[in-house]
Design a protein around this ligand. Structure first.
Ligand code: GDD
Ligand code: MN
Length: 370
């Protein structure tokens, strides 16, 4: 007897990874649509919920008890679309991995086309695209549309990716291609597809499947300033990350800003009649404190200090800075004695100070692991 239709004993073909944050009203209708779209395919769905306050986890568990193809990964105390997708993929053994938004904006009806592109046509990756023939962005407003097109053009240039919609959050990939890219993934922010293509050691064979982006009916978009910021960091990391860690670049940028603040306060204080010593002290305190808070929300945003730890962190940042200043002056002095070029000596001192401050505050103030 030949088996044409897969039975429950047939091997698992496809995992559909669904990252969700406050999508409680969307889970049931989305799963119903998946079930219809994936008839004849052996699939499972992994709903990766970041402990949504709206009870998405409970809704999912209720559905999962009734259908063993439905599984949940609930992460506690963590956020991030890309990392959610990666963890969903790692929680499944399926040879093909699809990613789809949990808000029904992506058209699940094209999933079988994606599967055919991988299985029948030998592509590594099939991308649901809104910008090629037959695709559309639905009723996005002009500014969101413009922003998305700008980001698309930018990433296309930087990543040399031949995709018409590298921002897409809707795609299917072979497990081997995903595993090969895994060690290089940045997994920051929103753009898992771009990250995957940029991090792949080989050139992926990519198919594009057009679809129309639907409007959201339940819940709201999580696209906000934070996402835009994370996107900028991902681009930076993929462009310069090979040479210098992006965290260090950000730390140095915040430091340069602190220098400007310092000079402004010093100059202002002196012209207001303060003694140099007083104006300088004031400038150091304001610049250091400002730098601490900026670093806390930007450079070390993923291990941001809050509450009591914030004030302890500030004190340790002052201490690190004081030692850094001693090192800065010491090294500058040494170089000046050897070379007698004041700006070279100054730069050498600053370089030592920045590297020390970065390393020591990573270790002691924000306690970066790894
Ligand atoms: N687990 C988890 N953690 N899920 C998240 C998080 C998070 O931090 N942030 C967002 N999600 C989920 C949402 O619940 C939704 O299912 C999906 O990720 C997409 O989020 P939306 O907030 O609906 O994004 P969008 O519709 O504005 O953005 C769309 O366009 C982008 C391109 O501009 C999506 O298709 C994105 O994937 C796409 O990159
Ligand atoms: Mn959406």
């Amino acid at each position: 007897m030949t088996m044409l239709l897969p039975s429950p004993q047939s091997p698992l073909q496809l995992a559909v990874i669904i990252p969700v944050l406050n999508e409680s009203a969307n889970i049931a209708p989305l799963l119903a649509r998946l079930e219809a779209a994936l008839a004849g395919i052996v699939w499972e769905a992994l709903i990766v919920d970041d402990d949504s306050p709206d009870g998405t986890g409970d809704v999912t568990r209720r559905l999962a008890r009734a259908d063993p193809r439905v599984r949940i990964v609930q992460r506690i105390g963590r956020r991030g679309l890309s990392s959610a997708v990666i963890e969903g993929m790692m929680a499944s053994a399926a040879p093909l991995l699809a990613v789809i938004d949990g808000d029904m904006q992506h058209d699940e009806a094209v999933l079988p086309q994606m599967l055919a592109a991988l299985v029948d046509d030998g592509h590594d990756l099939a991308v649901g695209t809104r910008y090629s023939d037959g695709g559309s962005t639905g009723d996005w407003d002009a500014s969101r549309e413009k922003m998305s097109r700008f980001a698309t053009a930018l990433s296309r240039r930087l990543l040399k990716a031949e995709m018409s919609d590298p921002m897409s959050g809707f795609f299917m990939v072979r497990r081997e291609a995903m595993m090969a890219a895994l060690p290089n993934l940045s997994s920051i922010g929103f753009k898992i597809l771009m990250d995957l293509v940029a991090s792949s050691p080989t050139r992926l064979k990519i198919a594009e499947i057009p679809y129309t982006f639907r409007n959201r009916i339940h819940g709201e978009s999580k696209f906000d300033a934070r996402v835009a910021q994370e996107f900028a960091i991902l681009l930076l990391e993929k462009t310069f990350g090979r040479f210098l860690p992006v965290r260090f670049l950000m730390f140095a940028m915040v430091g340069s800003l602190g220098l400007l603040v310092h000079l402004a306060i010093l100059g202002g204080g002196i012209s207001a009649g303060l003694a140099f010593k007083l104006a300088q002290t004031l400038a150091v305190i304001v610049a250091m404190t400002g730098n601490f808070f900026l670093n806390n929300v930007l450079t070390f945003r993923d291990m941001r200090l809050r509450g009591g730890r914030l004030w302890r962190g500030l004190l340790s940042f002052y201490a690190v800075g004081a030692i850094g200043a001693v090192g800065n002056v010491g090294v500058g002095n040494l170089v000046f004695k050897m070379q007698h070029v004041w700006w070279l000596a100054g730069l050498a001192g600053v370089a030592v100070g920045v590297v020390w401050n970065y390393a020591a505050s990573s270790l002691f103030t924000w306690r970066v692991r790894k």
